[in-house]
Design a binder for this molecule. Structure first.
Ligand code: 6PG
Length: 476
């Protein structure tokens, strides 16, 4: 029997969809699942594609069915289960075989797994896959980390299944060991910020301007035809238009306002902090999800402090609609600029040589944050791949100049109405602080020197590093 080009373990929703996508693009694939019943069920679901699938009952059979060096995608729950699966698989494999973790792994685990296999002759790929269930089935965005040699072995199959933007596949090898999973983590951090900012604008329209879900949906629908055109705005429009089959009202109005999170957004904020890169919009979005989960506390606090009138001080009209659109656009630029800055620093810290234009390019389709906007980021980074920050590229500097006044007006109005807009505010203050040539950290340095003799540098460069206050300890 003709051997498979690739193998896949784990026939959950994501694994099944990825396997069907691989088969549909003309690649033979071997599959294995912990329970044989699920493998059989999957072969039934595969329909016409079943001829391309080798369903295996044992791991030995599975390994033998794949053409060496064997690329094996492991699509199971991130964490310990991946290590257990790898340990069970490793003794059956041969030199050059590649275990591929396609889950949402922490890149630190990926680096550790990669290192653990170093002297065994086996290798590892950490593969970020974005696009949810639909993406896995019809074309995800794929971020690959591992050796270049292992990438060469999987390039053809992955290119065939990836989403396409203007015929260009949304898959790339981004660097060694944890590069792919790191980039996926930052993708998710940006995803959190993008979603939070959209939710804040929704809050302004709902609570500050009294718009119904359907009305807000139709505003988002209009915006989706303009510069905010993106998958997240598109699905927000659809969500807001949906009717609850039980109450008959808007579906979104019946959903508990507690947001879940599985960790990737938090990891991107943590890694940004670890490297000293400001990623304030991402941090604000993670914190907003945590705050959302304190439903009981929020309700109790509302009783103590009362509920603001939430009266947005500007009447809704075409000008305000335009302002809200531009404000969201400006804030979005801030969030993406921060995400890319985190990746640039990680690239230096971990020696990955992350290709910024390529990352923007493979996010243009397939993934959750896909948008027209990412095409503009691709162009900006292609012209200036080593720029310190996206917002200082000529094209984005112009966009910021155009949209920042709207963000300022919208944040000011929201704050005065008592509407919480933490991610929009963080993006605004990020711009304000980033472009402030002379900031206020001179006072922080003086305070540090006062209480801890930490020293400071002088503006005039003179070799004189302490203030005339002696040791702060003397004041106790
Ligand atoms: C994607 C998504 C996907 C998923 C995450 C985020 O790129 O396809 O990011 O990976 O939605 O699990 O989930 P949480 O919001 O639960 O952290």
């Amino acid at each position: 029997m003709q051997q498979a080009e690739i193998g896949l373990i784990g026939l959950g929703v994501m694994g099944s969809n990825l396997a069907l996508n691989i088969a549909e693009k003309g690649n033979r694939i071997a599959v294995f699942n912990r329970t044989v019943a699920r493998t059989e069920e999957f072969l039934g679901e595969a329909g016409d594609l079943a001829g391309q699938v080798i369903g295996c009952k044992t791991m030995e059979e599975f390994v033998a069915a794949i053409r060496p060096p064997r690329p094996i995608i492991i699509m199971i729950k991130a964490g310990d289960a991946v290590d257990q699966q790898m340990a069970a698989l490793a003794p059956l494999l041969a030199k050059g075989d590649i275990m591929i973790d396609a889950g949402n792994a922490n890149f630190r685990d990926t680096v550790a797994r990669f290192d653990r296999l170093k002297d065994t002759g086996l290798t590892f790929i950490g593969m970020g896959v974005s696009g949810g269930e639909e993406g896995a089935r019809h074309g995800p965005s794929i971020m690959v980390g591992g050796t270049e040699e292992s990438w060469k072995r999987v390039e053809k199959v992955l290119t065939s299944i990836a989403a396409k933007f203007n015929d260009e596949p949304c898959v790339a090898w981004l660097g060694n060991d944890g590069a792919g999973h790191f980039v996926k983590t930052i993708h998710n951090g940006i995803e959190y910020a993008d979603m939070q900012m959209i939710a804040e604008i929704y809050g302004i329209l709902r609570d500050g301007l009294g718009k119904s879900a359907a009305e807000i949906g139709s505003i988002f629908g209009d915006w989706n035809k303009g510069r905010l055109n993106s998958y997240l705005i598109e699905i927000s429009e659809k969500v807001l238009a949906a009717t609850d089959p039980i109450s008959g009202g808007a579906m979104v109005d019946m959903i508990l306002d507690k947001a879940g999170q599985k960790g990737t957004g938090k990891w991107s904020a943590i890694e940004a902090q670890n490297m000293g890169v400001p990623a304030t919009a991402i941090e604000a979005a993670v914190a907003a999800r945590s705050l959302s989960s304190l439903k009981g506390e929020r309700e109790a606090a509302e009783k103590i402090f009362g509920k603001p009138e939430y009266k947005f001080p500007v009447a809704y009209g075409d000008d305000l609609k335009k302002d809200l659109e531009l404000a969201l656009f400006a804030a979005k630029i801030g969030a993406y600029a921060q995400g890319f800055a985190v990746m640039a620093e990680a690239s230096r810290e971990y020696g990955w040589n992350l290709p910024m234009p390529t990352i923007a390019r493979i996010w243009r389709a397939g993934c959750i944050i896909r948008s027209q906007f990412l095409d503009e980021i691709t162009t900006a980074f292609t012209k200036a791949p080593d720029v310190a920050n996206l917002i200082v590229t000529p094209a984005f500097a112009d966009m910021v100049k155009e949209s920042l006044p709207a963000l300022r007006r919208v944040v000011a109005a929201s704050v005065s109405a008592g509407l919480p807009v933490p991610a929009l505010t963080s993006a605004l203050t990020y711009f304000d602080a980033y472009r402030q040539g002379r900031g206020t950290a001179n006072l922080i340095q003086a305070q540090r020197d006062f209480f801890g003799a930490h020293g400071f540098d002088r503006l005039d460069g003179k070799d004189f590093h302490h203030g005339p206050w002696g040791s702060g300890a003397a004041t106790f």
